[in-house]
Design a binder for this molecule. Sequence first.
Ligand SMILES: Cc1cc2nc3c(=O)[nH]c(=O)nc-3n(C[C@H](O)[C@H](O)[C@H](O)COP(=O)(O)OP(=O)(O)OC[C@H]3O[C@@H](n4cnc5c(N)ncnc54)[C@H](O)[C@@H]3O)c2cc1C
Length: 287
Amino acid sequence: MAELTFHSPTTLAEAFDLMKTHGDDARLIAGGTALVVMMKQSLVVAEHLVSLRAIPGLDGVTLKGDALHIGALTRHRDVETSPVVREHLPFLADVYGRVATVRIRNSATVGGGLAHADPSQDPPAALMVLDARVRITSPRGDREVAVADLFRDYYETVLRPDELIAELIVPIPASTARTTYLKFLPRTEDDYATVAVAALAEVDGGVCRRLRVALIAAGPTPVHAEAVEQALEGKPVSAEAIRAAAALVADAVDPMDDFRGTADYKRDMAVVFTRRALEQVLGQAGS
Ligand SMILES: Cc1cc2nc3c(=O)[nH]c(=O)nc-3n(C[C@H](O)[C@H](O)[C@H](O)COP(=O)(O)OP(=O)(O)OC[C@H]3O[C@@H](n4cnc5c(N)ncnc54)[C@H](O)[C@@H]3O)c2cc1C
C-alpha cells in the first residue's frame, strides 16, 4: 500500500477543497468496509483519504412529508434499528438488516454502499422498487438522481469526481402496497446473494394496479425488471400470468459465472425467485 494521508474535514467545503487539491490521488471514505478491502487488493490506489465522518449533518433519519430522508453517513445498522424506519417503512429496515453481519452493518454507511456500486449489494433492489433517489452534492450545487439511474457498470456510478452522495430519499409507499425481498443464500446466512429479488405491488379487486421488480447479483448493475412489470400491470392476477411474467426476467438479467453459481444457474434462479416474489406481493403465495 502507498503511504497514506488521512484527512478529517469538518465541513463539506473543506472536503470538496481536499478532493480538488488531490484529484485522482484522493478518495472519500465513510465506513471503510469496501474501500479498505479494495485498497488491500490494489484495486484502488489512493494517497489521500478524505473522511466524511466529522462533517455534521450527514447522518440520521428524518421523516419529511411522505418520505424518509436518510443521511449518507447513516450506518446500515442504524437504518435497520431506527424507530422511524421501523414504524414507517419496516421493509427497508429488514433489507438493510440482511446485509452481511452486524459487524459490517455497524460500519457500512448508506452513501458508501451506494457509491461502491457492487451489483451484489442488497439495498439497491429494495430502493429501486421504492422509487428512492439520492441527493448528490458538489461545489456546483445539488442534484437528485433516482437509485434506478445511479449505476453505470460494475463498481461504477454516474457520480462525477467532485460529487458526493449527501442523502437518500425514500418515498413511503401506499399502506396497501405489499413488499418482499427474497435473497437466495445457498451458502451462509451472511453471504452475498447468489441472486435476490425485491418486489412491490398494489392490487385492487384482483387486478395488479402497480408493480415494481428489481434484482441484484444478476448483471453488471442492479436490474429493473420492466418487462415483468409491464406484463402484469393493469391485468387480473393469476398464477399463470405470474409464471409467464417471471419467465421474462431471464432476458433482463446478465449474470456472471462465479463461485456462487454459473450464469445459467443464476438466470434460472432469477426466474424462480422472481416468481416467488410475485406470488407473495400479488397475493398468490402457495398457488
Ligand atoms: C465481509 C463483507 C461482506 C459484505 N456482505 C454484503 C452483503 O451481504 N450485502 C451487501 O449489500 N453488501 C455487503 N458488503 C458490502 C458493504 O455493504 C459495503 O462494503 C458498504 O456498504 C460500503 O459502505 P462504507 O460506508 O463502508 O463505504 P466505504 O468503504 O467507506 O466507501 C466505499 C466507496 O464509496 C465511496 N464513498 C463513500 N461514501 C461516499 C459518499 N457519501 N458519496 C460518494 N462516495 C462515497 C468511497 O470513496 C468508496 O469508493 C459486504 C462487505 C464486506 C466487507
